[in-house]
Write a protein that binds this ligand. Structure first.
Ligand code: ADP
Ligand code: MG
Ligand code: ZN
Length: 457
């Protein structure tokens, strides 16, 4: 419908202040969601602009949309961004004061709520009071959409399964006939099918764009085969990524100053601390981030990094989910991630602004063994879970497959982008010049041979 189209364009320009859609995929998905005729499944890579796909249509209707998201930190960022745009947006979580909570519920009870988007964690959603509220909104014809962000959390075919996500389908009973939107950045064929089944999406319309992000350059460095120490190797790399050794006249910066920022993922809290310490000692401002620090400190660290006051963060994988920082110029894994889908997501935090950014794994046999240990631990934990044998077998297979794919990625000469494509069931074409193997096939083959020789002896 022409009228709907022009309203969409208008909201895009005036509320979101974007001149145009980021891609034709984004445009088509927004239009389909806005029609409210079918459930929608969206699988676009990180940075493709999935939030807009549900936020924009939610503003076209009189009611409230419920958005489920797995983490409070993620929700806080989204809510702040919406409020800045003048969008009525709130979240209900345990951190609110009684007064804030009352204000939100009062608004939701009113005949015309100002809140357009209400963000919730799945645990928050499970409370009686909220269930009643959703039912009441529906009965008063004030429920626009049910939205499930990071929808891969509902399936063990992903890498971040959250049992609470399985309870979401109970919302169907409270509010039948409301259109659902499920979004994710990481879904292979099995995960996609499972998400659609688990959320009971009806007459679902699927929007999928390629996992390929040509602005990300991927490579693997064998720690034991570099000249000098691997730490120094990494430091030089970081300086290049942040353009610290060049005069940057156009940006009003001198040599030694940095442009953008980056993340170094480490395996333990101690390793984060040591890494940050040795970076600082080498003249590279860095901070540590992990679950062993207080919330206050973690928030401070994140804030300094977000503002580029400190460019480098040495973190465990506790850091990064949902962070929307455009100018992350590198993501380094100092140790091998435990699955290829986890790696795709973690490294995908680089380059959201579309500019050239670097994703690198520093690898050695010790990492392989450590990873093996993590995977074995995960599999043992699975054994103790109260789920059906069938589900257990499937999860076991998923964990093993993700790990095998990650090891292959590190230990075989292959186009890194094609490896993701294959894993996620995309059409696979060599990236040509956006990974080490495509750029220097001979060198990579030689390194792999040397690594094999080194580790088999
Ligand atoms: P995703 O959830 O897919 O990882 P986000 O929704 O967080 O991505 O969006 C990534 C970035 O792209 C955000 O900074 C957002 O403001 C920006 N963005 C989204 N849509 C557009 C658009 N049409 N034009 C320009 N920037 C956009
Ligand atoms: Mg998102
Ligand atoms: Zn390639």
């Amino acid at each position: 419908p022409v009228e709907l189209k022009s309203r969409i364009k208008d909201v895009l320009n005036t509320v979101f202040k974007h001149k145009d859609f980021k891609s034709k995929h984004q445009k088509q998905a927004v239009a389909a969601v806005a029609e409210r005729k079918r459930d929608i499944f969206v699988s676009f890579p990180t940075g493709a602009g999935k939030s807009l796909v549900y936020q924009l249509p939610s503003l076209l209707y009189g009611g409230v949309s419920i958005v489920v998201s797995p983490l409070i930190a993620l929700i806080t960022d989204q809510v702040a961004a919406c409020q800045k745009k003048g969008i009525g947006c709130e979240s209900l979580n345990s951190k609110l004061t009684t007064a804030e909570r009352q204000r939100i519920f009062e608004d939701l009870r009113s005949p015309q709520p100002k809140i357009k988007l209400l963000y919730l964690t799945p645990e928050g959603l499970a409370t009686d009071y909220l269930q009643k509220m959703i039912k009441s909104l529906h009965e008063r014809n004030l429920l626009a959409y049910i939205i499930v962000d990071e929808a891969h959390c509902v399936t063990h075919w992903g890498h971040d399964f959250r049992p609470d996500y399985l309870k979401l389908k109970s919302l169907r009973k409270l509010a039948p006939s409301i259109p659902w939107v499920a979004l994710t950045a990481t879904a292979n064929a099995k995960a996609q099918e499972d998400i659609i089944n688990q959320l009971e999406l009806k007459k679902v319309n699927i929007f999928k764009s390629s996992t390929f992000r040509s602005n990300l350059f991927y490579d693997i460095i064998m720690k034991d085969l570099v000249q000098g120490s691997a730490e120094d190797h990494m430091l030089r790399f970081i300086r290049r990524c942040l353009r610290m050794d060049v005069e940057k006249k156009e940006k009003g910066k001198k040599a030694g100053e940095w442009i953008g920022s980056g993340i170094v993922y480490c395996r333990t809290r101690d390793e984060c601390a040591q890494m940050a310490h040795s970076f600082n000692a080498a003249g590279m401002p860095a901070l540590e981030y992990h679950a062993g620090l207080s919330t206050k400190i973690r928030d401070e660290v994140q804030e300094k990094w977000m503002k580029n006051t400190v460019p480098v963060i040495a973190a465990t994988i506790a850091f990064g989910m949902g962070i929307d920082k455009p100018d992350v110029r590198f993501v380094i894994h100092w140790t091998c991630p435990s699955s290829l889908s986890a790696y795709y997501q973690e490294s995908g935090r680089a380059g959201r602004d579309g500019k050239r950014s670097y994703c690198r794994v520093y690898y050695n046999k010790g990492d392989r063994n450590f990873c093996n240990f993590l995977v074995t631990r995960e599999l043992n934990m699975l054994k103790g879970k109260k789920i059906s044998d069938e589900a257990k077998a499937e999860q076991t297979q998923a964990i093993k497959a993700g790990f095998e794919a990650m090891l292959n990625f590190c230990e075989e000469p292959m186009c890194r982008h094609s490896a993701f494509g294959k894993y996620f069931g995309d059409t696979v074409v060599p990236c040509e010049k956006h990974c080490d193997t495509c750029l220097h096939p001979e060198e990579v083959r030689k390194t792999v041979d040397n690594y094999q020789a080194l580790t088999s002896s």
